[in-house]
Design a binder for this molecule. Structure first.
Ligand SMILES: Nc1ncnc2c1ncn2[C@@H]1O[C@H](COP(=O)(O)OP(=O)(O)OP(=O)(O)O)[C@@H](O)[C@H]1O
Ligand SMILES: [Mg+2]
Length: 272
């Protein structure tokens, strides 16, 4: 029996099972991007590497990117720009013309069943015209270049990056999130998968009916005894969690819940 290197993501023959999950993910990607949070050691990275390996046959040029060492919006945009150079895309389009054709055919079939997508949305909407930061211009150029290419951008450890951005420059963090949100909501053939660990989600997933803000706050207060700081921390968490689509916004009873997305059930099956 092969000895599995503990701590490394499972690749090649070490990777077992997950056939149904992978099939679900591929099917889901035809119509949308995926947010795929989870607790530590769930197997997120292994799944992402697997998607990366299978992507060419599905007509997508894929890159797995660990963004935990990214410290600014500028670095994030530069990373995507660098990892998807124009010549690599061109080569992929000609080498995998048939598979790419298949991908476009599958997503068009789905597009036809959806309400009109918002195409060609401009960015920079949150800035005065005289105050567009440099990274935002690069971000807009990047979006135009990539959004309708057959690409699969697999972003691992996304919450780690986000947390750093929020701490360093909250406005910039919100701007990059809103840029990504507009990208996700506009049409195109490029797909994102966002992965990473959020400890709070463990608590949430155990409660099918969700948790109230007070319950969440009492959990947070174990680590942050100062009530003002605790309240502020809860607010920040909620901004992140709801913006990224992990959870619903609090309802009338101040209750937050997991939004349903494909891997939640899998996650519950495996970890709760
Ligand atoms: N499908 C699989 N087949 C075999 N082993 C797996 C599989 N998925 C995960 N593992 C094993 O479980 C461990 C955790 O996997 P992985 O690193 O992919 O999880 P993760 O969710 O990315 O973890 P972290 O939160 O630490 O980044 C690894 O040792 C890996 O080898
Ligand atoms: Mg991982």
């Amino acid at each position: 029996m092969a000895i599995m290197k503990l701590g490394n993501p499972a690749t090649g023959e070490d990777f077992f099972g997950r056939t149904q999950e992978l099939g679900d993910l591929w099917r889901y990607l035809e119509s949308d991007h995926i947010r795929f949070p989870g607790v530590r050691r769930l197997g997120k990275t292994s799944i992402l590497r697997r998607l990366e390996g299978e992507a060419a046959d599905r007509g997508l040029l894929a890159k797995w990117l660990d963004v935990s060492n990214i410290n600014s919006a500028k670095e994030f945009v530069a990373l995507l720009d660098r990892e998807f150079p124009e010549n690599a895309i061109k080569r992929f389009l000609s080498d995998k013309a048939q598979q790419v054709g298949g991908w476009f055919k599958r997503i068009r079939k789905i597009d036809a069943t959806l309400p009109d997508a918002v195409g060609g949305v401009g960015f920079g909407i949150e800035f005065g015209t005289d105050a567009v930061p440099e990274w935002q211009k690069a971000a807009n150029t990047l979006h135009s270049r990539l959004h309708d290419q057959p690409l699969l951008i697999l972003l691992d450890e996304f919450p780690v990056m986000l947390k750093k951005l929020i701490q360093r420059d909250r406005q910039e963090a919100e701007q990059i999130l809103s840029w990504l949100r507009i990208w996700r909501q506009s049409s195109g053939s490029c797909r994102f998968v966002f992965t990473g660990s959020i400890g709070l989600l463990t608590h949430l997933s155990r409660q099918p009916e969700g948790l109230t803000l007070d319950e969440l706050s009492s959990r947070l207060s174990k680590r942050e005894p100062d009530p003002d700081r605790c309240a502020q921390r809860l607010q920040e968490l909620l901004v992140r969690l709801t913006d990224e689509g992990y959870t619903s916004t609090p309802d009338g009873n101040r209750r937050v819940q997991f939004l349903s997305f494909p891997l939640r059930d899998w996650w519950n099956r495996n970890h709760v």
